[in-house]
Every structure is written in structure tokens, then in C-alpha cells.
Write a protein that binds this ligand. Structure first.
Ligand SMILES: Cc1cc2nc3c(=O)[nH]c(=O)nc-3n(C[C@H](O)[C@H](O)[C@H](O)COP(=O)(O)OP(=O)(O)OC[C@H]3O[C@@H](n4cnc5c(N)ncnc54)[C@H](O)[C@@H]3O)c2cc1C
Length: 402
């Protein structure tokens, strides 16, 4: 592995599907020195500990497990000629592409002509969910559960409660069953599951009940979880479990951003970007789930490649000016966020984010007016919705409930 230089052409922060795909694409398009920094001891990101399929179909033309996909992405990036630095954690972002980091050898700074941020997402842990009771061991997020099971070969509990019904909750369910655990139930405060209907078959097939309209209000136990209090229909009951898995409630891994000079979008909580994935400081770009919570590995991989292509255009001076970009505005309530949040003037290469992505804040039934067109919108939170990218001068969105 090459030593970390003081300067390079492109520096990538985060070695998940988005960062690795971008690094490989940049090298294949002829960029000189491309260095990727990953805080873990291995690259691959979240798929490293998702031992189930389906991964890899779009990227490599065959079904793979998450770890196999992570290894294949890493090998492809190294083969393309990018330099990967593990156990290298970026600690600060400075104007103009200067980045501070720590490694086992100490602290360092690198300045790049372009920096790509690809630090992914994390799930909401227990504390912000305001669950009462005691603080015993055995309370995990899906990511931690999968890390313990698939990377460390551990079985952290036998009869956990799974909290949430986003797609990742079903991933947690499968992980439990692969490791020989029998989840007591999945609970969801809403009246229906958040994931799309086909996911309902998973708990059914595994014999795990799904309790809708049910909230977790307290966790009990001294050393380990012993029971939980659940509330449904105005009454509470205690249920015996030996662990709790909090799933979903994704948010971009944005600690670096919030402490930096870069503009953060209040909706996505990721960086504010234009259609090239370019941040408010044009030396910085972003791709993958950092842009928004949450998309699939395949989506993030494709996004990394596309933003890599935009960075090549940036290095060649072919992107339209960032400061001339127009804000995408939303009139009317109902949307949680839009992406991209800025549209740069025409005249540049094809957009790296070729569709306007939106998510509903709550169930919405109405019309979305964009660029002189009316789109019927029946939206639910956490469901992917995309529209043609607005043209320059047409960046106002209007929402009309029915
Ligand atoms: C628990 C869980 C399960 C999931 N299951 C699936 C699934 O089954 N299928 C699917 O398609 N998607 C799944 N997802 C979505 C998943 O996030 C995406 O599939 C994909 O991994 C996103 O790619 P990414 O490159 O944007 O981010 P990530 O894969 O999250 O990679 C980001 C990388 O950045 C690194 N990093 C973060 N901060 C720093 C820093 N300061 N310095 C250096 N490195 C840093 C992280 O260590 C990580 O390796 C899951 C997500 C979670 C959280």
C-alpha cells in the first residue's frame, strides 16, 4: 500500500459501496492519484456484515452475500489502481479540500483537488428514542447485531424483541434466525409495516408475530435485558425477552459535516448538493447514503460511479459554476426532503444525480407540481419516489393535497 501523501488528485472518505465504486471509476477514467480512507480495518462498508443475499446482481451480474460483495468491490478498486488506507479516520474537513485524519501511526493532513464524502448512514440508537426503564446489556442496533454475529461469530441473545418494520428490520430478523435466535416479536407503533408488502412474508415464514400499533416504552433488567413494557391501544403489558434490536430510523453519518464549513440540508441531514453531487464548497462532493437515508447498496454503488464521473469533469474545469446554482424550493407541507437541493446552470456534462429524489414526511395524497407538470402523488414515509430533474429556472415544487 502507498504511503498517505500530503496532496493528491482525489481523496475519498469512506470505503463502502459508494466510495469504492467512485475510486474505481476515477482510476478507470484516467485520474492520477486516488486515495481512499476507511476507518475500519477492512473496506466494504455495511455489506461486510450483511451475510444474506441479494447483493451484486446489478454490479457483477450474479447473486452474492454482503461480505462476498464487499470483497469483490474492494478487489475491483485495488485492481483499478486506487490506494486504500484502512484504519484511517477523517476527523475534520477544511475549506478547499484539506482534510485532517488519524491513523495508528498518528495524525495527518491531506489536501486534494477534490474530496468525495461517502460516509454512509447509521441507525438511531436507544438514547434519542426516549425509551424508559433501566440500561442493561443486550440492546443493539441492526448494524451492531450483524457485526457481532457475522464478523465476531457471537450470539448476543436468544429471544430478542425487534423494534421497527423498515426493510432493515427484516434483515435483522434473518440475522437472528441464521444465528439460531428466536425473536419474540417485531413491534411497530404505526398501523401498518413501513416496508413494502412482500416483506410481510418474512416474519410469517419464520413464525415471528408482528405487533402493529405497539410501542416499546421501557426496557427492564440489571446486567442483561429481562423484559420490556409494550403499549398498545392505551394499555401496557410486560413481555419477557432477553435482548432488544432497534432497527432503522436511519440518518446520514454526518458528524464530520456538522462540524465543518459545508452546508447541511435540514431535510436529508446530509450535505446540500447540486445535480453533480457537489457540495457548497466546490472542492467537496458526496455520494451514497450520506446524501440521504437510506438507499440500497446497488443504488449507492451506481451513485458513487456517477459522482466519480462528475469529479473527472470538475478536475477538467467542465462543471458549470456552483455559485450560480438555484435552490429547489417546496411550497406546501408534506415532503421530508428533496435531493439534489440545488440545480447548477445548463452547459455541463450529464447530471450525476439524474432524478429528483423526494420522501414524504407523512402519508400524503395529492399532486406534486414541478416544471409545469402535475404528478399524482400517493406517498408514504420511507418509500422511494423520483421525478425528472427540474430544469434551471424551474426549481419550484408545489404540493397540493387532495
Ligand atoms: C444495518 C444495515 C443493514 C443494511 N442492509 C442492507 C441490505 O441488506 N441490502 C442493501 O442493499 N442495503 C442495506 N443497507 C443499506 C446500506 O447502507 C447500503 O446498502 C450501502 O452500504 C450504502 O453504501 P455507502 O457506501 O453509502 O455507505 P456504507 O456502506 O455505510 O459505507 C460507509 C463507510 O464509511 C466509513 N466511514 C464513516 N465515517 C468515516 C470517517 N470519518 N473516516 C473514514 N471512514 C469513515 C464507514 O466505516 C463505512 O465503511 C443496510 C444498512 C444498514 C445500516
Amino acid at each position: 500500500m502507498a504511503d498517505l501523501p500530503e496532496s493528491c488528485d482525489v481523496l475519498i472518505v469512506g470505503g463502502g459501496p459508494a466510495g469504492l465504486a467512485a475510486a474505481a471509476r476515477l482510476k478507470r477514467l484516467g485520474v492520477g492519484a486516488v486515495h481512499l480512507l476507511e476507518r475500519e480495518s477492512e473496506t466494504g462498508g455495511i455489506p461486510r456484515h450483511c451475510a444474506h443475499s441479494p447483493y451484486g446482481l446489478r454490479e457483477f451480474g450474479r447473486l452474492m452475500s454482503g461480505p462476498a460483495f464487499a470483497r469483490r468491490l474492494t478487489a475491483a478498486t485495488v485492481a483499478a489502481g486506487a490506494y486504500l488506507h484502512r484504519q484511517a479516520t477523517v476527523t475534520a474537513l477544511h475549506p478547499g479540500g484539506r482534510v485532517s485524519l488519524t491513523t495508528p501511526e498518528g495524525v495527518a493532513e491531506v489536501t486534494a483537488r477534490a474530496v468525495l464524502l461517502a460516509t454512509g448512514v447509521r441507525e438511531t440508537p436507544r438514547a434519542p428514542r426516549l425509551v424508559g426503564g433501566t440500561r442493561p446489556g443486550g440492546v443493539l442496533n441492526t448494524g451492531a447485531l450483524q457485526g457481532l454475529v457475522h464478523l465476531d461469530g457471537l450470539k448476543p441473545f436468544d429471544r430478542p424483541l425487534i423494534v421497527g418494520t423498515e426493510p432493515v428490520a427484516f434483515s435483522a430478523l434473518l440475522t437472528c434466525r441464521q444465528a439460531g435466535m428466536r425473536p419474540v416479536a417485531m413491534v411497530e407503533p404505526a398501523a401498518r409495516i413501513t416496508a413494502r408488502a412482500p416483506f410481510r412474508a418474512v416474519p410469517l415464514a419464520l413464525g415471528v408475530p408482528v405487533w402493529l400499533g405497539t410501542a416499546l416504552v421501557a426496557i427492564h433488567g440489571t446486567e442483561r435485558v429481562e423484559a420490556v413494557t409494550l403499549a398498545a391501544g392505551g394499555t401496557c403489558r410486560e413481555v419477557s425477552v432477553d435482548g432488544v434490536v432497534f432497527t432503522g430510523g436511519f440518518r446520514p453519518e454526518n458528524a464530520l459535516l456538522r462540524a465543518s464549513h459545508l452546508a447541511v440540508d435540514p431535510g436529508t441531514r446530509g450535505p446540500q448538493v447540486d445535480q453533480y453531487g457537489r457540495c457548497s464548497d466546490p472542492a467537496y462532493f458526496a455520494a451514497g447514503n450520506l446524501l440521504r437515508a437510506v438507499e440500497t447498496a446497488g443504488w449507492c454503488w451506481a451513485e458513487g460511479r456517477a459522482v466519480g464521473r462528475a469529479i473527472v469533469a470538475h478536475l477538467a474545469g467542465r462543471l458549470p459554476p456552483r455559485e450560480a446554482a438555484q435552490a429547489v424550493t417546496v411550497e406546501g407541507a408534506g415532503l421530508a426532503w428533496v435531493l439534489p437541493q440545488r440545480i447548477a446552470p445548463p452547459g455541463g456534462p450529464p447530471a450525476a444525480l439524474p432524478r429528483l429524489q423526494v420522501r414524504a414526511a407523512k402519508v400524503f395524497d395529492g399532486d406534486l407540481l414541478l416544471g409545469g407538470r402535475r404528478h399524482r402523488l400517493v406517498a408514504r414515509p420511507e418509500r422511494r419516489m423520483t421525478f425528472d430533474l427540474p430544469g434551471f429556472g424551474e426549481t419550484a415544487i408545489r404540493l397540493q393535497p387532495r
